[in-house]
Design a protein around this ligand. Structure first.
Ligand SMILES: Nc1nc2c(c(=O)[nH]1)N[C@H]1C(S)=C(S)[C@@H](COP(=O)(O)OP(=O)(O)OC[C@H]3O[C@@H](n4cnc5c(=O)[nH]c(N)nc54)[C@H](O)[C@@H]3O)O[C@H]1N2
Ligand SMILES: Nc1nc2c(c(=O)[nH]1)N[C@H]1C(S)=C(S)[C@@H](COP(=O)(O)OP(=O)(O)OC[C@H]3O[C@@H](n4cnc5c(=O)[nH]c(N)nc54)[C@H](O)[C@@H]3O)O[C@H]1N2
Ligand SMILES: [Mo]
Length: 810
């Protein structure tokens, strides 16, 4: 079909099928609040995507990109880590609305040129919001800010690399530098980056995962021996019972809804556990099917447990307790003679008894109090467990960003292990990753504490001694900068200042650095939270054609289900002066770790950085030698859909924990108390953003239009707190050190969220997230549970843009 025809059809169908579910009431601020949707995606989504794409890219680039998105020889969508269907089952439009928005944001025709920086000072740019910054377009040239200056000026790549190398060489210890990675970096870039950083001499490799699924990695690593999910896309589709916990797939993983739709078509049951009734979990209109286009769509969610924030450990403890009682009553799981899979438990697990004692010593009263879910309702879900011989639990940030997240995820593991729901078809654990290659970056060694076996392999292959002392994670990097121990910060992608907690401290910490370096595709606030000297190094994105000496290059990524495949951009890069991430890293390594002939200095990794940069297959050969599971790497990425990395528990019920068995855990039950006069605030994503990149001002499914400074509150909380829908309120978080942090003037939206659980968007609310409030064991900021007061603002009007910008830094 000609592109124009596809677009026209999509838009017309959208107009007829979607309709508007409500007539929003207009308020004077421009912000409009209407009723939330009960369905998600559908052609409405495609129409929105097309509109956005055409505006940013024009019809030609729209065609060049969208039709290559997630195709076998195209590029991997950068919007999330959801897995692709088998190559034979892919639709020609294997993308979602939000993927299309991410592509449009990168493939935009707008450019930020040096004149832009001459015109706008850093202090002026810092006053603009993320929405404005994103709209300025792609970066085109390396820029440098000198000490004392308020402007970035153009700089040559050579000078830029020289400045960085000189700064790094001047540090007393390599541990005074930190090297952040955001999860969009390819395997090739990530592998060379960690090699550069370890070759330089530090393990200070914080990454976005520290703020994201670290709790999942920590919990799964210690219980099943590998920090990755154990299901394939087919497993999920063929499961009988799926729990979707702490996740908003309609916005953040829209293609997951197609898989859930298949679950429904196969007769399976979907249970949502969430304080919010999220649209996609109620009903889904699949844009790929006639039924989705003109029919009513598929009802996805069979049950919804409106849990308290942080109440999930209690829900799963309750499910476990139900199973134990059922076992003792002589009942059984479908296809077995008992409830528990004793053969599996005996052969493959450890610690079953400690879990049983935890179940016995936890009362139903505690479970109800902690979860906010009545015992009878949990029992009802327990009955579903008995009727299912193939259960999957999926989760995302609603589980990972609380102080007891690791124990919560271990509780999920307990329930899965008890019925043997791991390492067999249609069953397992499914942490749904965020950034498109965040899982691959970890596999490549982006981690402040890689296992010794990784270091041994790296050292052996590259003939050097990598540092073994653990490095700093995201939060410890901020502390290090704040306290003057870390004076150099480099970001391979991402937007650290806005993604991290405690914006005020993080911003000051970055500013206090001697040098900050951001490798970026587009403008963001981290460029203006600049160190004394600062560099912006513009780079190619996924959509761009990457040509090196040996010709056009491809890169590889690993999705949430351990599938590794290639990705190749095709668009002419936004400027002739851009380097790929791999090239930037290799050039820097040559400046820092090599002699004047480009040969690695003694004591540094013995690698030909030039050869790696000229031909990425050289990098893949190194990866294949160093990292298990990548044998025949180059050949296997030629297979359509790529290949799957080994996963012991999934493939053969092999658990490489210390005991060699999967571990049950019997942690104490924890939950979040909310004192009177306070609410617990979760900070989440709207439909029109990718993390800190704001594409638009709507959160369509939740009924929010043209504004982001809103706080969703349960009507009972409104009554108790003496505020009403439409009021402007200040959100005040109280810190252990006695200080308060304020996020002023959010419009109250009465909403169907659990009592005591409020919600507002990230990153505007990051100012409220205490730096020292982190999850036990994983160190992840507790961005889904910030205790706040809600106070009526003195001025009952929305903030101006400048006030909003100031609010984030003062
Ligand atoms: N379009 C788009 N796609 C994205 C992203 C994006 O910003 N935009 N971000 C990517 C990234 S990096 C990530 S990590 C993922 C994030 O994907 P999600 O985890 O879906 O993202 P959040 O918006 O943080 O939503 C958290 C969900 O958990 C619920 N929740 C909060 N607290 C609790 C709790 O205590 N218990 C339970 N049961 N539920 C809770 C919230 O109501 C919400 O539905 O998405 C990825 N994909
Ligand atoms: N309060 C609160 N805070 C949170 C969260 C939350 O739920 N609540 N979620 C956390 C989570 S899950 C995550 S993953 C982090 C996200 O943290 P980050 O990954 O640091 O943030 P992003 O917004 O994804 O980064 C966007 C920037 O990446 C750059 N970029 C985009 N594409 C490319 C590319 O191909 N190459 C390079 N080099 N740069 C590129 C662009 O310049 C863009 O401005 O935030 C965390 N922070
Ligand atoms: Mo994430």
């Amino acid at each position: 079909m000609a592109l124009q025809k596809i677009i026209d059809t999509a838009v017309t169908k959208a107009k007829t099928a979607l309709g508007s579910p409500d007539v929003p009431d207009i308020d004077e601020s421009g912000l409009r609040v209407g009723k939330p949707y009960v369905h998600a995606v559908g052609v409405g989504g495609v129409a929105h995507a097309m509109e956005h794409s055409l505006r940013e890219m024009g019809p030609v680039r729209t065609g060049q990109t969208l039709l290559k998105l997630n195709q076998a020889h195209g590029f991997d969508c950068m919007s999330c880590a959801w897995a692709d269907p088998d190559a034979s089952e892919r639709s020609p439009f294997e993308f979602c609305e939000n993927g299309a928005k991410a592509v449009a944001a990168e493939a935009t025709r707008k450019r930020v040129k040096p004149e832009f920086f001459a015109e706008h000072s850093i202090s002026e740019l810092a006053m603009h919001d993320d929405y404005w910054l994103n709209r300025q377009g792609r970066l085109t040239q390396p820029m440098f800010k000198d000490e004392g200056s308020d402007h970035y000026v153009p700089v040559s790549w050579k000078v830029a690399f020289g400045l960085i190398a000189e700064q790094l060489q001047s540090l007393e210890s390599p541990d005074e530098a930190a090297f952040y990675t955001s999860g969009r970096a390819s395997n090739e870039a990530a592998f060379m980056y960690q090699l550069l950083v370890r070759g330089y001499g530090t393990n200070n490799l914080p990454d976005c995962s520290n703020m994201c699924h670290e709790s999942s990695g920590t919990a799964l690593g210690s219980t099943i021996g590998i920090g990755k999910g154990s299901v394939s896309l087919r497993d999920l589709e063929e499961s009988k019972l799926v729990f979707v916990v702490g996740q908003n797939p309609a916005t953040n993983h829209p293609r997951m809804l197609s898989a859930l739709e298949k679950v429904k078509q196969n007769g399976g049951i979907v249970v949502g556990i969430n304080p919010l009734p999220e649209a996609g979990l109620i009903n889904y209109r699949n844009p790929q099917t006639v039924r989705g286009v003109i029919g009513k769509g598929t009802a996805i969610g069979d049950h919804h447990l409106q849990v308290r924030l942080g109440g999930d450990q209690a829900v799963f403890r309750g499910l476990g307790k139900f199973l134990l009682e059922a076992e003792r009553a002589g009942r059984h799981t479908l296809g077995m003679e008992t409830v528990f899979d004793h053969a599996f438990i005996e052969r493959y697990t450890n610690g079953f008894d400690s879990w049983i004692s935890a179940l016995e010593s936890t009362t139903w009263e505690e479970i109800e109090k902690a979860s906010g879910i009545p015992e009878a309702r949990i029992r009802e879900m327990g009955e579903l467990l008995l009727e299912s011989d193939r259960t999957v639990v999926c989760w995302a940030m609603g589980l990972t960003q609380h102080r007891h997240s690791v124990d919560t995820i271990k509780e999920v593991v307990n329930v899965i292990l008890a019925q043997g729901n791991i390492g067999r078809p249609g069953a397992g654990l499914c942490p749904v990753r965020g950034h498109s290659n965040v899982q691959g970056d970890r596999t490549m060694g982006i981690f402040e504490k890689m296992p010794e076996s990784f270091h041994d392999s790296l050292d052996g292959h590259f003939e050097f001694a990598s540092p073994r002392a653990h490095g700093t994670d995201a939060v410890n990097t901020i502390r290090g900068m704040r306290d003057g121990r870390i004076t150099f910060f480099m970001g391979l992608g991402g937007n650290f200042v806005k993604a991290a907690p405690d914006t005020i401290v993080t911003e000051a910490a970055l500013r206090s650095c001697e040098m900050t370096v951001q490798i970026s595709t587009k403008l963001n606030h981290s460029h203006f939270a600049a160190g004394k000297r600062a560099l912006i190094l513009p780079t190619l994105g996924r959509t761009d054609l990457d040509v090196q000496r040996s010709g056009p290059q491809k890169v590889t990524v690993e999705d949430s289900m351990s599938m590794v495949h290639s990705s190749q951009g095709s668009l002419t890069p936004p400027s002739g002066d851009l380097h790929s991430e791999v090239a930037i890293i290799c050039h820097l390594a040559i400046a820092l770790l090599c002699d004047e002939n480009g040969n690695p200095k003694p004591g540094t990794p013995q690698v030909d950085w030039n050869a790696a940069m000229n031909d990425y297959s050289v990098i893949r050969r190194h990866i294949a030698e160093v990292i298990p599971g990548f044998r025949d790497f180059e050949k296997r990425i030629e297979e359509p859909g790529g290949f799957k990395l080994p996963h012991g528990p999934q493939d053969s019920r092999t658990f490489t924990t210390e005991s060699g068995k999967a571990e049950f855990s019997g942690a104490d039950l924890d939950w979040l108390e909310v004192p009177a006069g306070r609410v617990m605030l979760q900070t989440l994503r709207s439909h029109d953003q990718f993390n800190t990149t704001i594409y638009g001002q709507d959160d369509r499914y939740r009924g929010i239009h043209n504004g982001r400074r809103v706080v969703f509150l349960n009507p009972l909380d409104c009554q108790e707190l003496g505020v009403a829908d439409g009021d402007y309120v200040d959100l005040v978080s109280e810190w252990e050190d006695g200080r308060n942090r304020v996020a002023p003037r959010f419009r109250v939206v009465e909403y169907d969220t659990t009592k005591s659980a409020a919600a507002a968007y990230y990153p505007e609310t990051n100012v409220l997230v205490p730096l020292d409030s982190t999850a036990r064991e994983s160190g992840t900021p507790t961005s889904k549970s910030v205790l706040v007061r809600v106070e009526k603002s003195e001025i009952q009007e929305p903030l101006t843009d400048v006030e909003a910008a100031l609010a984030a830094v003062n």
